[in-house]
Ligand binder design. Structure first.
Ligand code: NAD
Length: 357
C-alpha cells in the first residue's frame, strides 16, 4: 500500500525525533512491502522564523492533502515573548481544528522493563498496565459559554459544560472501535451523580454500546477513576471521557508510567487521517545534543499505522522492537537516570530499533 505522510518536525528536539521515526517507518515499509512518501512542512517557531506565521497556509493545505500527519513538538525560549496569538503553540490548536480532530488517544503503558521508573508501589504494578485514554477534544467546558457577571456576592465568573448527543456518539464510537483493536473493554468516566451533561453522556454511551455487543462497557465516576488509576491501573483497557476529565486523567495516567519520553498520542477526526505526536514538548534544554529519547515519536508512528492505515501487523512489529530494545537493557538519558547504565544517543537508539525490527 502507498501512503503520503506530512512531517511537521517543529522546534527543539522535534527534528531529531521525527527523523528517527521516519527511519523506522522506512524500514517498516521496506519489510512489509509498502511505500510511504514523506513531505516536510513548517510549523511553530521554525515557521515563524521562515514566514512570520506559526502555521503557514501551505502547512495546513499539505496536511489536509496527506493521509496522515507526524508531528514532533513546537516552542522554545526564542519565541516565548511573542504575543499569545503569534506563539508557536498557537499552531497546534490551529492545525487540530483545521483537520477536525475531535478525539485524543493517549495510551499509557508501563513496560515491565521500566517498572523501576513507576512512582506506584511495586505490588500495585507487578503485572504492568496498558490503558488507552480516549478524550473528547473539541467540546465541553473548554469550549462552552463563559463570562463574568455580577452575582449574589459581587463579581463572579462562569464556564459551561455542554455536550450534544452527536458529540458523545462520535467519541463513543471511537472508543468502542478502539476497544475492538485491544481487549474489548470500555470504561466510561463521568459525573452522572451530579451533572446533567454527564447523564446525557452516560445514556448516549449505553445506546452506542448496544452496537458493540462484543465489547464490555461499564461506567465509573470521575472521582473514583482518579483513585482507581493509582490503586489498580491494570483494570483499565479503554477509558472514554469528556474533554476536561480527560485532560486531567490523561496526565495522571501518563505520570504513573514514569517516563515522558516514551508516551505517544494520536488526534483523530471523522476521516481516517490523524495527527500523531509524542506527549512531551520540544525539550529545548537538550535540543541539538543527540540525547532525546525518540521512542514516544516512534510509537506515535506505530499508532499512525494502526489507527489511520489499518496496518496492524506493521504496528505490532514496531511495538515489539521497542519492547525488545528495553528488555535488552538499552536506555536513553531520560530513562537511565542514576542507574549507572551508559545512555544511548538518539542516533544509537534509532539504529538499535532498526536492527530489532
Ligand atoms: P518538555 O516536555 O519539552 O520537557 C520537560 C522535560 O522533559 C525537559 O527536561 C526535557 O528535557 C525532558 N524531555 C521531554 N521530552 C524528552 C525526550 N523525548 N527525551 C528526553 N527528555 C525529554 O516540556 P517543557 O520544558 O515544559 O516545554 C518546552 C517547550 O515545549 C515549551 O516551549 C512548551 O510550550 C513546548 N511544548 C510543546 C508541546 C507540543 O508541541 N505538543 C507540548 C508541551 C510543551
Amino acid at each position: 500500500m502507498e501512503f503520503n505522510i506530512a512531517l511537521l518536525r517543529g522546534d527543539g528536539i522535534g527534528p531529531e525525533i521525527v527523523d528517527s521515526a521516519v527511519e523506522v517507518l522506512k524500514k517498516t515499509a521496506e519489510k512489509f512491502g509498502h511505500k510511504f512518501n514523506f513531505t516536510p512542512y513548517l510549523i511553530g517557531g521554525a515557521a515563524i522564523d521562515a514566514t512570520g506565521k506559526p502555521l503557514p497556509e501551505e502547512t495546513v493545505e499539505g496536511c489536509l492533502a496527506s493521509d496522515s500527519v507526524l508531528l514532533g513538538a513546537v516552542g522554545g525560549p526564542k519565541w516565548d515573548n511573542l504575543p499569545g496569538d503569534q506563539r508557536p503553540e498557537k499552531a497546534l490548536l490551529g492545525i487540530r481544528s483545521a483537520l477536525g480532530l475531535f478525539t485524543n488517544l493517549r495510551p499509557a503503558r508501563l513496560y515491565k522493563a521500566l517498572k523501576d521508573s513507576c512512582p506506584l508501589r511495586p505490588d500495585i504494578v507487578a503485572n504492568g498496565f496498558d490503558l488507552m485514554m480516549v478524550r473528547e477534544l473539541t467540546g465541553g467546558i473548554y469550549f462552552g459559554e463563559r463570562g463574568r457577571r455580577q452575582g449574589k456576592y459581587g463579581e463572579e465568573a462562569y464556564d459551561t459544560e455542554c455536550y450534544s448527543k452527536m458529540e458523545i456518539e462520535r467519541i463513543a464510537k471511537v472508543a468502542f472501535e478502539t476497544a475492538r483493536k485491544r481487549n474489548k473493554n470500555v470504561i466510561s468516566i463521568d459525573k452522572a451523580n451530579v451533572l446533567e451533561s454527564s447523564r446525557l453522556w452516560r445514556a448516549t454511551i449505553h445506546e452506542i454500546a448496544k452496537d458493540y455487543p462484543d465489547v464490555t462497557c461499564t461506567d465509573m465516576l470521575v472521582d473514583n477513576a482518579a483513585m482507581q488509576l493509582v490503586k489498580n491501573p491494570a483494570q483499565f483497557d479503554v477509558v472514554v471521557t469528556s474533554n476536561m476529565f480527560g485532560d486531567i486523567l490523561s496526565d495522571e495516567s501518563s505520570q504513573i508510567t514514569g517516563s515522558i519520553g516514551m508516551l505517544p498520542s494520536a488526534s483523530l477526526g471523522s476521516a481516517k487521517r490523524g495527527m500523531y505526536e509524542p506527549i512531551h514538548g520540544s525539550a529545548p534544554d537538550i535540543a541539538g545534543q543527540n540525547k532525546a529519547n525518540p521512542i514516544a515519536t516512534i510509537l506515535s508512528a506505530s499508532m499512525m499505522l494502526r489507527y489511520s492505515f489499518d496496518l496492524e501487523k506493521e504496528a505490532d512489529a514496531i511495538d515489539a522492537a521497542v519492547d525488545k530494545f528495553l528488555e535488552l537493557g538499552y536506555r536513553t538519558a531520560d530513562l537511565a537516570g542514576n542507574t549507572g547504565v551508559t545512555p544511548l544517543t538518539t542516533t544509537e537508539v534509532t539504529e538499535k530499533i532498526l536492527e530489532l525490527l
